[in-house]
Design a protein around this ligand. Structure first.
Ligand code: HEM
Ligand SMILES: [Cu+2]
Length: 630
């Protein structure tokens, strides 16, 4: 069935695949309302990078407050006006900064920027499709994301400033418009922005799922898909199932804010006056939020994992270790991530039995995560490693995933979490395991697929500079936070020096802030490299990394419909690197089994008895020669 669909689509597109000239593309249809998945991928990337820069600047602003809590900087007042009266951040604006920093990083950078860029670019190219299942919906998906970004940022330009209840927008702060400055119009804009954002994610996700299911080229069965595509596919499923729950939660919140319902509110007294709410529960919101919120952290990390798996295999010149185990662990994470959300709510007074259940499921999810880590290390082990900047960032992901993942085991234990909840220990944990790891996966992807996106190479030396400063910087920023957390320093505190027990962390906070500034400056090296290379970088060859996957069989110059002629047929899995007996150390997926030594995936022989024959002859000669067979 899928073959038919592909062929049908293929012939349709071949018409303009060849006759490219008659297809008049204006600036607007090519760069703005483009329906080409490659261009949409670039749009997601550039918007995502812009949002990342903004979110980073916000974090530097609040880090200045944490390092110099009692000092005033006239410059801040010049820059921020009413948000920094007398050169000191307004306390409620501080909360807004933390909120918007978190929201942008999690949703706009690591969900839309990461998944949107690489799912769009790579799914059609790697499964051998002319475009996404619905190019029009794909375009809408980008534009909804863009609108969401504009609305989110516009909240800086309204009287009371942006939302302030934190990226998790717990009621009552988010439900009572009068609760604080950031509960007012800024909160409303946050909610509207997120509705657009979720619409964008759903449009994108449905497209990714249907493209993977229906548009694969001939021979591309599920077990021949690169791990990138597997990761994007499962991420999309996760998003499509989890995001609607947040929409439901958000709509009820809008009702509470504006129409006098009390889904999340009960027995609230403001300034001595009892409010007319009864019967609701803020805990209900937490359930709805974290039912999305926890899968969300995997929506963020899984694409980064897929990207790194791919890059590590290519640059280790070795088959990925445990391909099937990698896929099953992604599936395992996808399923399990729906039944662990309660670990964010251990301190809400939940029944200890329920807490125990969530604790067990949380610890079980560590198993597939460990499988992945082990397989990455085994892939690197005795590989013929090429340390490209992309490879460095991919290895960086593994490092962060291990060091941040270990503290997840602490936090998953209800008894420990009661002490650590809402302290800097949590901030350290999630910035390493999800923030830094996912950012590194994203950057790895940018360095690796830049030639595919822009037809040029990025500068390697700037890449290494960027890598080392960011890698060291991230550890310097987040590692000390563990100790602050263990000592009980809570997050989201603006004037922590007022408490003697916390004031002694001042010097550490100064250190963290300067490390963060260094890490932020390192991103200048990246931005310069990125922009310079788009226009003036060295011209890329068709397959610069000597990779096996289909995207490198398309011409360097982008073409509507991806392949000038027929879509290539796939014969083998994507990880035929360094096969003993083969002439080159890589055998692209399009090379028929009969032309080389048989594939090193056993089930490839099922539909190819001739391949098995070849394989057996070859192994027998090897055995006869008494050589080691890998
Ligand atoms: C330059 C790099 C970064 C620095 C210095 C930084 C620093 C911080 C700090 C100090 C907080 C506030 C802690 C508190 O008072 O509760 C925070 C909050 C947060 N950050 Fe980052 N961060 C950085 C990058 C990232 C990245 C890449 C992500 C993506 C996952 C991220 C996601 C968040 C989230 C979700 C919050 C929580 C917001 C909230 O409490 O509502 N950050 N960050
Ligand atoms: Cu979680």
């Amino acid at each position: 069935m899928s073959t038919l669909a592909v062929q049908g689509h293929g012939t349709h597109h071949d018409e303009h695949g060849h006759g490219h000239e008659h297809h008049h593309e204006t600036f607007v249809s090519k760069y703005i309302f483009s329906m080409d998945h490659k261009m949409i991928g670039k749009q997601f990337l550039i918007t995502g990078i812009t949002m990342a820069v903004i979110a980073m600047i916000l974090s530097i602003l609040f880090r200045i407050q944490l390092a110099y809590p009692d000092q005033s900087f006239p410059l801040l007042e010049t820059l921020l006006g009413r948000f920094a009266p007398g050169g000191r951040l307004d306390p409620e604006f501080y909360l807004s900064l933390v909120t918007i920093h978190g929201t942008i990083m999690v949703f706009f950078v690591l969900t839309a920027g990461l998944s949107g860029t690489f799912s769009n670019l790579l799914i059609p190219l790697q499964v051998g499709a002319r475009d996404m299942a619905s190019p029009f919906m794909n375009m809408l998906s980008y534009w909804f994301f863009f609108i969401a970004s504009v609305i989110m940022l516009s909240s800086f330009f309204i009287e009371k400033g942006p939302a302030g209840p934190g990226w998790t927008i717990y009621p009552p702060l988010s439900a009572l418009p009068k609760a604080m400055k950031g509960s007012g119009e800024g909160m409303t804009l946050w909610l509207i922005s997120m509705v657009f954002f979720i619409a964008s994610s759903l449009l994108g996700g449905i497209n990714y799922v249907s493209t993977v299911l229906n548009m694969r080229t001939k021979g591309m069965d599920l077990w021949k898909m690169p791990l990138t595509v597997w990761a994007f596919f499962l991420t999309a499923i996760l998003g499509v199932l989890a995001f609607p729950v947040l929409v439901a939660g958000v709509v009820l919140l809008i009702f509470d804010r504006s129409f006098g319902t009390s889904f999340y509110l009960s027995d609230i007294v403001i300034g001595g006056a009892p409010q007319p709410f009864s019967g609701g529960s803020p805990i209900l919101f937490q359930h709805l939020f974290w039912f999305l919120g926890h899968p969300e952290v995997y929506i963020v990390i899984m694409p980064a994992m897929g990207i790194s798996s791919e890059i590590m295999s290519v640059n280790a010149r070795k088959p990925i270790f445990g391909y099937h185990a990698m896929v099953y662990s992604l599936i395992g994470i996808t399923v399990l991530s729906f039944i662990v959300w309660g670990h964010h709510m251990f301190v809400t007074g939940m029944n200890p039995f329920l807490g125990g259940v969530f604790m067990i499921t949380t610890l079980i999810i560590a198993v597939p995560s460990a499988v992945k880590t082990f397989n990455w290390l085994a892939t690197l082990w005795r590989g013929n490693l090429r340390f490209t900047p992309a490879m460095m960032f991919a290895i960086g992901l593994v490092s962060f995933f291990i060091s941040g993942g270990l503290t997840g085991i602490f936090l998953g234990n209800a008894a420990l979490d009661i002490n650590l909840h809402d302290t800097y220990f949590v901030v350290a944990h999630f910035h390493l395991v999800m923030g830094s790891a996912a950012i590194f996966g994203m950057l790895a992807g940018v360095y690796h697929w830049f030639p595919k996106m822009f037809g040029r190479m990025m500068d390697e030396r700037l890449g290494y500079l960027h890598f080392w400063l960011t890698f060291i910087g991230a550890y310097l920023v987040f590692f000390p936070m563990h100790f602050m957390g263990l000592d009980g320093v809570p997050r989201r505190y603006y004037a922590f020096t007022e408490f003697p027990s916390m004031a002694r962390w001042l010097s550490v906070n100064v250190f963290i802030t300067w490390s963060a500034i260094m890490a932020a400056l390192a991103q200048v090296a990246f931005l310069v490299n990125f922009i310079y290379s788009i226009f003036w970088g060295k011209k890329a060859t068709q397959n610069p990394w000597e990779s096996n996957t289909l995207e490198w069989t398309t011409p360097v110059e982008h073409l509507h419909g991806n392949w000038p002629g027929e879509i290539p047929t796939v014969y083998r899995w994507p990880y035929d690197y360094s096969k003993p007996g083969a002439e080159t150390d890589f055998i692209p997926q399009t090379v028929p089994l009969s032309e080389t030594m048989s594939s090193n995936l056993p089930h490839d022989f099922e539909d190819n008895p001739a391949g098995l024959e070849l394989h057996n002859t070859w192994t027998n000669t090897q055995k006869a020669n008494n050589q080691e067979v890998k």
